[in-house]
Design a protein around this ligand. Sequence first.
Ligand SMILES: Nc1ncnc2c1ncn2[C@@H]1O[C@H](COP(=O)(O)OP(=O)(O)OP(=O)(O)O)[C@@H](O)[C@H]1O
Ligand SMILES: [Mg+2]
Length: 262
Amino acid sequence: MHLLEKENSKNIDEFRKGDRILYIDGVTVSFDGFKALNNLSLVINYKELRCIIGANGAGKSTMMDVVTGKTKPDEGKVIFGKDIDLIQMDESSIAEIGIGRKFQKPTVFEEHTVFENLELAMKADKSFYKTLFVKMSSKERDEIEKTIELIGLKDLYNKKAGILSHGQKQWLEIGMLIVQSPKLLLVDEPVAGMTPAEVDKTGEILTDLSKEHSVVVVEHDMEFIRSIANKVTVLHEGSVLAEGPMKSIQENEKVRKVYLGE
Ligand SMILES: Nc1ncnc2c1ncn2[C@@H]1O[C@H](COP(=O)(O)OP(=O)(O)OP(=O)(O)O)[C@@H](O)[C@H]1O
Ligand SMILES: [Mg+2]
């Protein structure tokens, strides 16, 4: 802990690229004696795009559950920013302080337009009264328009979300997270079920996003990971097996053996 305190004396608003924003230390999660996470330690930096890979059951989604407060660990520390102890917080407070999560299945409001979906997401944290009666400020409108551009749905902003393709719905849902201005975005298997063109576009969106936010992406699609990866973390049986640039991961003996099945 003293290490963290020394390095992170700033508040998140003063963070610069490279400062650590998420600190997971010695986290263990047991389900009926089975350790889904086993003494997991992991650090994510501010405005970093981190890819997390690992076989089915390696603990990737459980790691996200712990960060978002869905699951409480038996042991270990989870610190956000300078000194925010996430273990003491519930799911909604964790979302409020700027940690957004995208689950695998898109959950957009099909009967509303792309624009309205983003507007609703932006106002989700405001009171019902405000959502209904307060006109959007031009700043909010600009923010939504900027997001629509980023997620590549400019031509469809006025269309009902129900008509979007699976990939476009995934992008819209990423957009719905962005308008809530998260500091850290956790994205679980974003390209499952996408066409190759959609996979490419998703890589561009996440890369763009990481210029403003810290982004953690879990994915099985290795080609996709290769296309976006800076630093890759390999999870295996609930702990980190290897970490580094994609090239070193691909050449890593342990990884080849247990994960790539060679
Ligand atoms: N609520 C739970 N109760 C019991 N066991 C669980 C629970 N959640 C996860 N597990 C188990 O913990 C292990 C890790 O699961 P997790 O979902 O984190 O893996 P994952 O790396 O996300 O895998 P995948 O790539 O298949 O999504 C698995 O063996 C899973 O069956
Ligand atoms: Mg999973």
